[in-house]
Write a protein that binds this ligand. Structure first.
Ligand SMILES: Nc1ncnc2c1ncn2[C@@H]1O[C@H](COP(=O)(O)OP(=O)(O)OP(=O)(O)O)[C@@H](O)[C@H]1O
Length: 694
């Protein structure tokens, strides 16, 4: 007999208090070990149209709903007695007549008129013109067709959670793009259909069941979207890439893929890497959750930040740790070296040229400097100017080297050179998260430390969230992802409303230098929430009052302090965030000190530290005219093109901050979606980025 669990079971389990969860798990283990055990007290749900629903007694009050046939047992739902029965009475489990995928179908209420009638103000019903055949082809259940066609756009957001996920997603995508997805051909086994696999999982043994039930809110560990599953399992003949706007589960794909590569062979040595130590720690926790008790598997995956792994490989090759110059030391070296040039030189320009060109490309001499590509630095720097500047860079480097210092690009490049010529690599597979922020030296490094064979390199990233890097051609460095890049379209983190508002900060499509397009349009969210708020405050004091009121509102409605983030463009404005948190009667915790555990204080930080994090409520404040964009960046641009680049890269960090507000905490606590999850953007002068206030 096949034993399965449904995502509706883990969802409902996550909503129960801990002692009930424990009792449910014990009963679930008993069911799996011996489904015929008479002690389980199975009772058929007589009022359900589906004759296969039974209840299982957990304790006096709690009942598990199972769906039982001769060949299979499915854990479908769990709740207090009456609610569990009511759930089963309104549902049936069946293979969809058109797509073939097994679905849990909720029965619409019996009524004269469709449930969701179009509201006058809500515009034309977006699906009115879709035929029965078209609706059935995307997996809409036959008894919902009239409701779908009658729903207004807003009404549909309420209706969507009651439909099978594939139908809801296809319709939301249709509403935004006008295109109806074409379903893939169905396999013969209805449970093997990709859309069935997203909600039902076969559980082979007690360990697998424990893994699924121990952290029922971590649904990502058990139920992958078909497009995620495909990216986890696909084999690639060369470097591959997954894109997708914020919250579409790219990190989840990266983690599953790393684990699946490590599982595939005992010879595998997988590196899963990202930018910072806190992000690496978060990935490692996920890897541990997936690996469970399999310590052999864990020993084949190394999770680390890129600087940490580069420093380790450096030490392995050269017998000592690298001595990396601090930013201050670097600035001093450059400043002193300006004596080597004739005439005055702009210090900002010099630092930026060093960081993004000379050091990033590890330019060795003047001839190489004349030849280096200047993508992303569109201002033309003639050969005369470069010849004038080169002695400064050469002197700065020499001064660092004679004192035994290098830079991070220097560390990456040294390790790259070490492994470039060797056939024996430290890793069979490298998986990189937040790949949009890879610079030239990091990309060369990851390419040098991975096997060049099948599935050697996999990148997950979103160009719209690039904060630290200038664009450059990956192809020119030998990492060609063309034809092996895919885009995820289902957002699991942010509500429709927040995603819609944040998306207005960025274009619908972003192309990298090699022409690989990341289409951001057509992304849908899996849940509905409150509209995010944007406020223009007359001055900083009024801003502090308004954000403090927002924080108090969130706290009063049950959001933990640890689930709140307050962001500013630069660390210089953090004092305003501090004052705001104090005005809300709480203590702030700077993200730079946070480590990977949130603690009990309200997090505050510069927007660049928001990457990869998730909060319940987010405020982005201090967006004053001279701060967003930062005036010094505007002052340092050389031409129109560079100015456009500044605006673009100023929008991206704000997009990152605005997309941190998610529902994970709701799901964990089962608190529903009533709490105003959202981001609140406060601007003390008219918004310089325009579209955000529209
Ligand atoms: N298949 C899934 N089922 C349930 N939840 C999921 C699934 N995939 C992802 N999530 C949840 O969605 C949220 C976003 O996932 P993840 O961090 O992987 O997205 P991302 O695309 O890497 O986001 P960002 O670009 O903002 O870093 C997380 O809370 C994650 O647990």
């Amino acid at each position: 007999m096949e034993f399965r669990i449904a995502d509706t079971f883990t969802d409902s389990l996550a909503r129960l208090p801990a002692p009930d969860q424990k009792a449910v798990k014990t009963s679930a283990f008993d069911l799996q070990t011996n489904p015929q055990n008479p002690g389980l007290q199975l009772h058929r749900i007589e009022n359900s149209k589906d004759r296969n629903f039974w209840s299982v007694r957990v304790n006096r009050d709690i009942r598990i709903i199972v769906h039982k046939t001769e060949a299979s047992m499915l854990l479908a739902y769990v709740d207090h007695h009456d609610r569990a029965y009511a759930w089963a009475e309104r549902r049936r489990i069946e293979a969809h007549p058109k797509t073939g995928a097994v679905q849990i179908v909720e029965a619409p209420e019996r009524r004269e008129l469709p449930l969701f009638t179009p509201r006058e103000s809500a515009g034309a019903p977006p699906f009115a013109k879709l035929s029965d055949d078209e609706l059935l082809s995307i997996g809409a259940p036959a008894d919902w067709l009239a409701d779908i066609r009658a729903a207004s756009e807003d009404g549909f957001l309420e209706l969507a959670p009651r439909l099978p996920a594939e139908a809801a997603e296809a319709l939301l995508q249709y509403a935004t793009t006008g295109l109806l997805a074409r379903p893939a051909p169905a396999p013969a086994d209805p449970y093997a259909h990709p859309d069935a696999l997203r909600r039902f999982r076969v559980v082979e043994n007690i360990e697998e069941l424990a893994q699924a039930l121990d952290a029922p809110w971590d649904k990502w560990a058990v139920f992958l979207h078909p497009s995620q599953r495909d990216l986890v399992e696909r084999n690639y003949s060369g470097p591959a890439h997954v894109a997708g706007s914020a919250g579409t589960g790219k990190s989840v794909v990266a983690v599953h893929r790393a684990v699946r590569l490590a599982r595939a062979s005992v010879q595998a040595r997988v590196l899963l890497a990202t930018f910072s130590d806190p992000l690496a720690a978060a990935l490692e926790r996920k890897v541990r959750l997936l690996a469970g008790a399999d310590s052999g598997l864990l020993s084949r995956i190394l999770v680390a930040s890129l600087p940490v792994i580069a420093a380790e490989l450096f030490e392995l090759a050269y017998g000592h740790r690298p001595h990396v110059a601090t930013p201050d030391r670097l600035a001093r070296a450059l400043e002193k070296a300006t004596d080597a040039a004739e005439g005055p030189v702009n210090a900002n320009f010099l630092r930026s040229e060093w960081t993004h060109v000379v050091d990033a490309w590890q330019v060795e001499d003047c001839a190489a400097y004349l030849a280096v590509p200047r993508l992303g630095r569109k201002n033309r720097l003639g050969s005369k100017q470069r010849e004038r500047l080169w002695p400064i860079f050469a002197a700065a480097r020499e001064s660092l080297e004679t004192r035994g210092f290098t830079t991070w690009p220097g560390v990456f490049s040294t390790v790259t050179r070490h492994y470039a010529e060797r056939t024996e690599k430290p890793f069979t597979h490298v998986v990189i998260d937040e790949a949009q922020d890879l610079g030239v030296p990091e990309l060369r490094f990851v390419a040098a430390v991975a096997n060049a064979s099948e599935n050697g390199l996999f990148f997950a990233g979103d160009l719209g969230q690039r904060i630290f890097q200038r664009p450059f051609s990956w192809g020119a460095l030998g990492v060609d992802i063309r034809g092996r890049s895919s885009c995820l379209k289902v957002n699991y983190r942010t509500s429709h409303q927040i995603r819609r508002a944040a998306d207005r900060l960025l274009p619908k499509e972003i192309r990298d230098v090699d022409g690989v397009a990341e289409a951001r349009g057509g992304t849908v969210s899996v849940f509905n929430g409150a509209e995010p708020r944007v406020l223009v405050a007359p001055d900083a004091a009024a801003e502090i009052d308004a954000v403090a009121a927002f924080l108090m509102e969130a706290l009063a409605s049950g959001v933990d302090a640890s689930e709140i983030g307050v962001f500013t463009r630069r660390p210089e404005e953090l004092s305003r965030a501090q004052a705001t948190v104090a005005a809300a009667g709480r203590e702030p915790m700077e993200l730079s000190e946070r480590g990977d555990e949130a603690g009990v204080r309200i997090s505050i930080g510069g927007v660049h530290l928001a990457k990869g994090l998730e909060f319940k409520a987010v405020a982005a404040m201090a967006c004053d005219e001279e701060i967003l964009p930062v005036q010094s960046r505007i002052d340092s641009v050389a031409d129109e093109v560079e100015l456009e680049g500044v605006y673009e890269t100023e929008r991206q960090p704000f997009y990152v901050a605005a997309t941190r507000a998610g529902s994970a905490a709701d799901q964990r606590r089962g608190a529903g979606l009533g709490i105003p999850a959202g981001f609140y953007m406060i601007i003390t002068t008219p918004d310089p980025l325009g579209p955000t206030t529209a």
